[in-house]
Design a binder for this molecule. Structure first.
Ligand code: SAH
Ligand code: F3S
Length: 444
């Protein structure tokens, strides 16, 4: 009987992408069979996140559970990858000596070799180096499930915001070669994918080497992708305000497949805090780019990331953030209380704001954004929307669910034909929740 593999993924979409590719690699090269049940697995891999302390704590609670599984099954192989592995390296073995493999975000393609090494030496093996971008040359072509697919186009980050671990855990920005990205997307489209999401920690900092020695910008990449047959929807995440230049803004005039939704993290609306965060732009600069973007694409929906309670943030600074949310007319956000990360410059700043105050600010921010999300959801009633159908509805029998350009979920009735992965048009008839709607299928 073949051995079974289970992978648990924490954190961002880059990790989800990495895990999927790693699962493909191990199935292909090592003939492992994937299982959804850690209890029956022979190899357990944890792809970790260290962006906030809470995320990092989850690693050790999961490993604690896996340790008990290993007590019953001594041959069980436990591997830890991702950003916690990258940050802790060997030190992880002190806290969790039962771990067999430690690999970083840039070395996951070496897991088969690491497994063999572990087998031979019977000692834990660690490889958390940053061998630039070689991993993509060693991973199999992605397999398709449904109508959408993710494509990682660059790795790492060179922005060094004062609060963030990413440049240390994932390394500096490196872009995948232009032709490789085009080939991967074309391969996905040939298999029936209609929606592509380009991934990178700073996706619009993409500077892809071309075969003639040139360098392609992110806007050039979008232009080329838009000419590929079959591409209906194009998204990307996460972009950085500083790299959101006029060239990219212009893409919103000429590339219809680019959805009218942008996720552009700003973190704070206070110039003082933005400077302390080393974001290298101010509030007006951010708002100016949003104005230009809306001029190019009037129906644009905007989402963002916020950090509440950065060291030294006053109520006045926080009000400036709320004010920016109003002014930028934001639709959605991922917001968290600041978490000091060891090794980052901000971790040394004096932080006198009580946690209770920070939590209360976060709640106010979330309440404000949800009100805006709901308002925009309601405003969609009466409009016609194109959906990418995801699956049959589990809640409403005889219904399917699909997602709109701005990530609303729409339930609609349809006879039993398999619609998953297709694009359908619906007339929106009612709002069900903050981000769910009901629609009637338009018969074409
Ligand atoms: N590249 C993206 C961010 C990637 S990290 C950018 O341009 O901003 C994802 C999000 O995690 C960040 O946008 C930030 O809001 C949050 N984050 C990062 N470090 C954090 C910390 N130390 N505490 C709280 N939130 C943090
Ligand atoms: Fe982190 Fe700032 Fe880069 S938030 S990922 S250092 S842009």
């Amino acid at each position: 009987m073949g051995k079974k593999l289970y992978i648990e993924t924490q954190g961002c979409q880059m990790n989800a992408y990495d895990s999927a590719r790693l699962a493909d690699l191990l199935q292909e090269r090592e003939h492992l069979e994937y299982t959804d049940d850690p209890q029956e697995a022979d190899i357990l891999l944890l792809n970790t996140c260290s962006i906030r302390e809470k995320a990092q704590e989850k690693v050790f609670s999961e490993l604690g559970r896996w340790r008990r599984l290993k007590e019953q099954k001594p041959d069980l192989i436990i591997g830890v990858g991702g950003c916690v592995a990258s940050q802790e390296g060997e030190a992880l073995l002190r806290r969790a000596p039962y771990v067999d493999l430690i690999f970083g975000p840039q070395t996951l393609h070496r897991v088969p070799e690491l497994m063999q090494q572990r087998h031979r030496s019977r000692l834990p093996v660690v490889d958390i180096s940053f061998p630039t971008i070689e991993k993509f040359d060693h991973l199999p072509e992605p397999r398709v499930d449904g109508g959408k697919a993710f494509v990682s186009i660059m790795e790492g980050c060179s922005k060094y915001c004062s609060f963030c671990v990413v440049p240390y855990t994932r390394g500096e920005e490196v872009s995948r070669p232009f032709d490789d990205v085009i080939a991967e997307v074309a391969h996905l489209l040939r298999q029936g994918v209609v929606e592509i999401t380009l991934l990178g920690q700073n996706v619009n900092a993409y500077r892809g080497p071309e075969h003639d020695g040139g360098t392609a910008s992110f806007a050039t990449l979008l232009d080329h992708l838009s000419t590929l047959p079959g591409l209906q929807r194009l998204r990307y995440t996460t972009s950085h305000p500083l790299e959101f230049n006029e060239d990219l803004i212009d893409c919103y005039r000429r590339i219809p497949q680019l959805v009218s939704h942008v996720h552009l993290p700003v973190q704070s609306g206070s110039d003082r805090i933005l400077a302390a965060m080393k974001r290298n732009h101010d509030r007006q600069d951010y708002l100016r780019r949003i104005r230009l973007l809306r001029a190019a694409r009037p129906d644009l929906h905007l989402s963002s990331d916020f950090i509440v309670g950065f060291p030294g943030e006053t109520e006045e600074d926080f009000q400036a953030t709320l004010d920016l949310i109003r002014e930028a007319d934001m639709d959605h956000s991922y917001s968290f209380v600041y978490s000091a990360r060891p090794g980052t410059p901000a971790a040394d700043l004096i932080d006198e704001t009580p946690l209770a105050v920070k939590k209360e600010r976060l709640q106010r921010l979330k309440d404000m954004i949800s009100a805006s999300t709901l308002e925009k959801t309601r405003a969609m009633v009466g409009t016609r929307q194109r959906l990418l159908v995801e699956s049959a509805s589990t809640r409403y029998p005889g219904h399917w669910v699909g997602s709109t350009f701005n990530n609303r979920i729409v339930h609609f009735a349809a006879a039993q034909d398999d619609l998953a992965g297709q694009l359908v048009d619906v007339d929106i008839s009612a709002a069900l929740t903050v981000n769910a709607l009901r629609g009637e299928r338009v018969q074409s």
